[in-house]
Design a protein around this ligand. Structure first.
Ligand SMILES: Cc1cc2nc3c(=O)[nH]c(=O)nc-3n(C[C@H](O)[C@H](O)[C@H](O)COP(=O)(O)O)c2cc1C
Length: 190
């Protein structure tokens, strides 16, 4: 299996997490294959200090949303799976319904049908019954639903610490070890 991961950036809040994920993949030698939606480009501009082009430059290969004939659109294209970071409720709905009218949705659809790992860093708050139904059913279909929820046990000192910890959790799903990832080792003895 080729060590490559499909990364989708959709239009939910949390673009800095995707930037950190791309940097971590680069540092760990895993090929990143990047798809950015129109909404994803908006959040990159809104939430990071980078341009969309600078984010794309962090990836090994970049695909347009309209490129539905690209490698990640096929089940025979080898990958470790796909992470959509962050994942909007619209993209969640598209995956849930199998309405694969762009490359990000098609790649997620293929990842599910091939029974590969699909991680959705699904972000909205509060969530409506529609969001919760879609996420619950996608979870039953095998997707890993991983909202970008803060952990405190590693005593984050900055938003970057929080982001990096989230990236460590995402990569763990693909058995990719992030150096300095702070794991819970049980309560210290008193
Ligand atoms: C700055 C910004 C932040 C947004 N945050 C969210 C969000 O956190 N969750 C969400 O589901 N949609 C959010 N949206 C709305 C989505 O971007 C919108 O529904 C879009 O159509 C999603 O399309 P996509 O999934 O193809 O990127 C946000 C939009 C903008 C412009």
């Amino acid at each position: 299996m080729k060590k490559r991961l499909i990364v989708g950036i959709s239009g939910a809040s949390g673009a800095p997490i995707a930037v950190e994920l791309l940097k971590a993949l680069r540092d760990t030698g895993i090929e990143s294959h990047l798809i950015i939606s129109h909404g994803g480009a908006c959040t990159i501009r809104q939430e990071t200090s980078l341009s969309v082009e600078e984010v794309q430059a962090l990836a090994d290969k970049v695909y347009a949303q309209v490129d539905i004939g690209a490698g990640p659109a096929s089940g025979t294209w080898e990958s470790l799976g796909m992470a959509i970071v962050p994942c909007s409720m619209k993209t969640v709905a598209g995956i849930w319904s199998g309405y694969s009218d762009n490359l990000m949705l098609r790649a997620a659809d293929v990842t599910l049908k091939e029974r590969k790992k699909l991680v959705l860093v699904a972000r909205e708050t509060p969530m409506s019954p529609i969001h919760l139904r879609n996420l619950q059913e996608l979870s039953m279909m095998g997707a890993v639903i991983m909202p970008p929820v803060i952990s405190y046990y590693h005593h984050p000192q900055s938003p970057e610490d929080i982001t990096r910890h989230l990236v460590g959790k995402i990569l763990d799903q693909f058995q990719i070890d992030l150096p300095q990832f702070c794991r819970w080792e049980g309560e210290p003895h008193v």
